[in-house]
Design a binder for this molecule. Structure first.
Ligand SMILES: NC(=O)c1ccc[n+]([C@@H]2O[C@H](COP(=O)([O-])OP(=O)(O)OC[C@H]3O[C@@H](n4cnc5c(N)ncnc54)[C@H](OP(=O)(O)O)[C@@H]3O)[C@@H](O)[C@H]2O)c1
Length: 316
């Protein structure tokens, strides 16, 4: 049997990279082995991956010196940054740039970079429809990722660009599930401005990434926007209603109201939803369930995800 090619996975203890690590481990007869990268190899999640058959290695994107050894001998690298841990776009760009440079130094053949749009290309800072945030961003957690794309292109190993969609898991972990309004009616509240929302099961992102690695380095330079379904607020509310066995209505929250909700990152999230609305059909076209299903034949629809996760959605 030919020796397996190593895919080194940033974020292997998290949602995106974890999905990829599990997908590689489940693909026993496939061409790849997984090296799970983490800042803390002795932590429970890293140890669980080791028990499942992953190699575990130390890597800290804030410490570029740790990256060369972590990537040595790897065929591929999955790069993802976690904006929400620090909420600094400058730090996210520095982390992504360090990853990109390390992939080149290590002679990696194929990188998948989990990016998002630099929204300032579509909505310049002078455009008052979206408030400018943190001095020079419109959607900070998108913009820094998009700003890193040319760094991967110029200073990284051959790179494919993966654009993920809104995780449906936010309905479990991020408090976005339907809540009762003053009349006792279960209400799904999101600021969509009438736009549909591309969404995906977080676990499917890594499975799509595996599909990109399977296509090989010839997929470098290509952008893969992924989604499991693209649904209106009303369609999502109806799907909630079917599993909760109770009427759920959709409330389209004004963008300004959402930006003012006061939780950390509310302004960034509000701008994100408004950016998606301003993008109209172009934004929707950038995430393609058909392509996603080609990459990952197990891709879940929203109904399938809801059926599997109904018990995990917080209830009021
Ligand atoms: N939520 C959504 O709807 C959504 C949609 C699209 C894109 N995104 C993007 O997804 C990204 C987060 O990905 P996720 O959801 O997979 O994250 P996650 O589940 O919160 O896990 C974060 C991962 O990042 C790793 N990490 C953090 N800092 C690191 C560093 N300095 N060096 C090396 N590894 C580091 C952590 O590893 P250790 O702790 O083990 O070191 C962990 O595995 C965010 O940037 C967000 O913008 C989110």
């Amino acid at each position: 049997m030919p020796e397996k090619q190593i895919i080194a996975v940033f974020g292997a203890t998290g949602a995106q990279g974890g999905g990829l690590a599990r997908a590689i481990l489940a693909d026993r007869s496939g061409p790849f082995a997984v090296r799970a990268l983490t800042r803390n190899p002795s932590a429970d999640k890293a140890q669980a991956l080791a028990r499942a058959g992953a190699e575990v290695a130390l890597a800290d994107a804030d410490e570029p010196d740790t990256l060369e050894r972590a990537l040595a001998g790897a065929h591929g690298v999955y790069c993802v940054t976690n904006f929400w841990e620090h909420m600094s776009p400058e730090r996210e760009l520095a982390q992504a740039s360090a990853m990109a440079r390390a992939t080149k130094r290590a002679g990696v053949e194929h990188v998948v970079w989990s990016t998002l749009e630099d929204t300032r290309k579509d909505v310049p800072l002078s455009d008052a429809r979206l408030p400018t945030l943190k001095g020079k961003y419109k959607v900070p957690h998108f913009d820094a990722k998009g700003e890193a794309d040319p760094v991967f292109a110029a200073e990284g190993a051959p790179t494919s660009y993966l654009l993920a969609a809104f995780y449906w898991d936010n309905f479990i972990f991020f408090g976005m599930q339907p809540r009762r309004n003053a009349d006792g009616l279960l209400t799904l509240s999101l600021p969509l401005g009438g736009q549909k929302l591309p969404g995906i099961a977080a676990e499917d992102i890594g499975k799509c990434a595996l599909g990109i690695f399977r296509r090989g380095p010839s997929a470098a330079g290509r952008r893969f926007g992924i989604a499991g379904d693209i649904l209106s607020g009303e369609e999502m509310a109806a799907a909630f209603g079917r599993v909760l066995k109770e009427k759920v209505v959709f409330q389209d929250v004004p963008f300004d109201v959402y930006r003012g909700l006061g939780f950390p990152g509310a302004d960034d999230m509000g701008n994100m939803f408004q950016y998606q609305q301003l993008g109209g059909k172009d934004f929707l076209r950038a995430r393609d369930p058909v392509l996603s299903r080609e990459l990952n034949p197990e891709l879940q629809s929203f109904d399938a995800w809801m059926a599997a996760n109904a018990g995990r959605i917080p209830r009021e």
